[in-house]
Design a protein around this ligand. Sequence first.
Ligand code: NAD
Length: 387
Amino acid sequence: MANDLDKFKELKQDEKVVDRSKKLKIGIIGTGWIAGSHINAYKKCDDVEIVAGADLVPGKAEAFFKEHGIENARCYPDHKSMLDNEELDGVSICTYNKTHAECTIYALKKGVHVLLEKPMCVTTEEAVEIMKAEKESGKIVSVGFQPRFDPNMKLVKQIVQSGELGKIYYIQTGGGRRVGIPFPFGTTFIDKNTGVIGAMGDIGCYSLDMVLNAIGYPKPLTVTGYTSDFFGKSKNYSGYIKSGKTAYADIFGVDDFAAAFVRLEGDIILDFRISWAMHLDTPGDTIILGTKGGLRIPSTECWNGSIGGDLVVYHDCAGEPVQTSIPMIKSTVNCFDEKIRSFLDAIHTGGEAPIPTSQILYNQTIIDYIVKSSEAGKELKVEIPEI
Ligand SMILES: NC(=O)c1ccc[n+]([C@@H]2O[C@H](COP(=O)([O-])OP(=O)(O)OC[C@H]3O[C@@H](n4cnc5c(N)ncnc54)[C@H](O)[C@@H]3O)[C@@H](O)[C@H]2O)c1
């Protein structure tokens, strides 16, 4: 048995040789928190020259480049002025959710490849507009779901795709935090005018990506959704009290909890819940049920796209129910670096986006329909405009 399990320790990597001799000119739009991980990764790449950055907050881009030791990068007060004045090969879009779509579409119209932070945007309509612009431009948009590069996430997909579980018919996924509304550097995650969507856009999209990617991203057909904001809007929320930020309750305008029942193409049911705050440690592990086997993926306390323990496959052996524990892979992969590297290599090779919009469209659509269904108070049929 040990030998059988060893085969999961090393996943086969796609070996490809990429000509990285061309120096790629890169810009960064939005120089806040996550932009730090982008610039750190770009700095490790010999084939990159970081030439420009933009942020709406005066002086923020300048301070960002200074902090990261990048001299001579030109700074702009917004995405348009940067894209109008620079000849770029690629751009990282690290703005808050609200401006993902407009920055991406503008960059594509200027002929620039885009690495777009997750979530893709905030509505189905925006996602469709991004895809139309991508198609017209002939450039790529890769969406920043770095957990895709975690060997454990690859393992989840490998197990499902191996057929070991048979036909998949039911998935429960999600996760969440007991006290975990994010406001480390301000209010952009919780303000409706900047974040627009809350726990769903921050961490829910990760759990959706984990399971939908594993099963091949089937189209969502109907969604019954629910969202709430009981903690974020309360001055008694313990996270605010501990940090002295009770005034944030007045700013809070997004979901801090969401749940949904989604029918997917292929007769698959998706049962989803996500939380930034609740009176519970976890809303449950991810489970994937198939006709031949079931898979349990342990959740973590701070759900952010990593798994909380060994995977367990439940199946029958000689007519008896048995279970196989598959040890977590101890990984040295820096998923943030891989996210950047895969984007750059796709530019070099003229290849497809490593994390394509054609998949993430359905992730975004589910989130959007949870919002719409919650507002309507009923199940909604998913309608996605032609692209
Ligand atoms: N992949 C990850 O692990 C991860 C982690 C954190 C955040 N994120 C995502 O990254 C995005 C940004 O999050 P953050 O925490 O860095 O936010 P942030 O508020 O710290 O930074 C966003 C910055 O974008 C700027 N901005 C907004 N619109 C702009 C425009 N049109 N032109 C130029 N600048 C503009 C803002 O002024 C702000 O400084 C969010 O969508 C979030 O979901 C991803």
